[in-house]
Design a protein around this ligand. Structure first.
Ligand code: UT7
Length: 341
């Protein structure tokens, strides 16, 4: 099939054929942050589990789209496909360099993907998991065969690395990670259950104001906060601690399987305490719910695919496994995608 067109043929199964990731060169440790703001390694590790994160440098040519393109190249190589084989590129991101063009168009151009479809999907930290459901169902419906789905974010571009920004800048890191998802004749492969939810009333828990009109009622507009993430950490924490287990249970129920039937939980890396709470709630063995937040922080839409890429490359996720992807974030949004790989 030619690049960007549709066949109308109904594929029978959907598989994750390749994964890849790309990280900025610069590492920002907790010790570095101690020199920039009133914080401590102890506070950050205790409250979040984070020890270091990567931060991009646009002067060195790094950007959300550049990292996204690198990660997709790696995923294509693993899938043994060429850029021209892609029918569609989806970039889950809330930090595209420009509002137009979308990051996906830049990625298509950087990798030489020809005239394939390209669009960005913004569901904040839930973006990649939403994207898994979208890409899967587009392939399952028969219209597309090969989709490049990337989670890429550079929240460092929306941070203040000083006392005013200490409650957010310690958390977030930059990264991109990609999957190549494609049609297969193996009908056993694909999504067993999925969910996508939102609660727009909770938008003011995490937002990035651009002008005075963007502030929620009751909050004094403050130009020094323009283009910086405003987050009610405690409230998001409470939301996440209850939503994560509910979402996992709901997805298990839909698929009619038990928590222990899932081989690996790949969850958004928002806070180690939230991840451990979910693991304890389902009585999961430590190695069944992956944690890499200590090395990368919260990389927003990149966090779930970054875990997936590490797990696949280290052989801890294999063909035939049942894997549950779960995320929550700004919007508020939350979603899950349970796969039979
Ligand atoms: O990806 C999805 C989006 N986000 C999340 O999932 C975030 C969820 N929330 C969290 O992870 C936690 O709420 C945080 C890690 C953000 C904060 O932890 P917390 O235990 O909820 O702390 P807090 O915001 O209640 O602040 C406790 C204290 C405050 O001081 P006082 O008022 O008790 O004197 C803060 O000013 O800690 C202070 N504080 C800090 N101290 C040292 C805030 N940031 C820092 C810091 N270093 N970086």
């Amino acid at each position: 099939m030619s690049n960007g067109t549709t066949t109308g043929r109904r594929p029978v199964g959907v598989r994750i054929a390749g994964t890849g990731s790309a990280l900025p060169k610069r590492t920002l440790t907790n010790a570095d942050l101690e020199k920039m703001m009133a914080t401590s390694d102890e506070w950050i590790v205790q409250r979040t589990g984070i020890r270091e994160r990567r931060i991009l440098n646009r002067d060195q040519g790094e950007s959300t789209s550049q990292l996204a393109a690198e990660s997709l190249k790696a995923a294509l190589a693993q899938a043994r496909l060429a850029p021209a084989d892609l029918d569609l590129i989806i970039v889950a991101t809330m930090t595209a360099e420009m509002s137009c063009p979308g990051s996906a168009s830049l990625v298509a151009n950087m990798i030489g993907a020809g005239n394939c479809g390209a669009f960005d999907l913004n569901a904040a930290c839930s973006g990649f998991v939403y994207g898994l459901n979208v890409a899967h169902d587009l392939i399952k419906g028969g219209a597309y065969r090969n989709i490049g789905l990337i989670g890429a974010d550079a929240l460092s571009t929306l941070m203040q690395y000083n006392d005013a920004g200490r409650s957010t800048s310690i958390i977030f890191g930059d990264a991109a990670a990609a999957t190549v998802i494609n049609a297969t004749d193996d009908t056993s492969k694909g999504i067993l259950a999925q969910a996508m939810h939102s609660d727009g009333k909770g938008w003011k828990e995490i937002y990035v104001p651009r002008c005075s009109q963007d502030f929620p009622p009751g909050v004094e507009p403050d130009p020094s906060k323009f283009d910086h993430v405003q987050m009610n950490g405690a409230s998001v924490f409470k939301f996440a601690v209850s939503t994560f287990p509910e979402l996992i249970q709901q997805t298990l129920d839909k698929a009619k399987i038990a928590a222990t039937d899932v081989d690996m939980y790949v969850c958004h890396q928002s806070n180690q305490r939230i991840l451990h709470a979910a693991r304890d709630r389902f009585g999961l063995a430590e190695d069944k719910l992956y944690v890499n937040i200590d090395r990368f922080g919260n990389t927003v839409a990149a966090s779930v695919p970054l875990c997936l890429d590490e797990l696949r490359r280290s052989g801890r996720i294999r063909d035939g496994y049942k894997v549950m992807f779960v995320a929550f974030g700004g919007g508020l949004t939350w979603g899950s995608s349970l796969w039979q790989l």
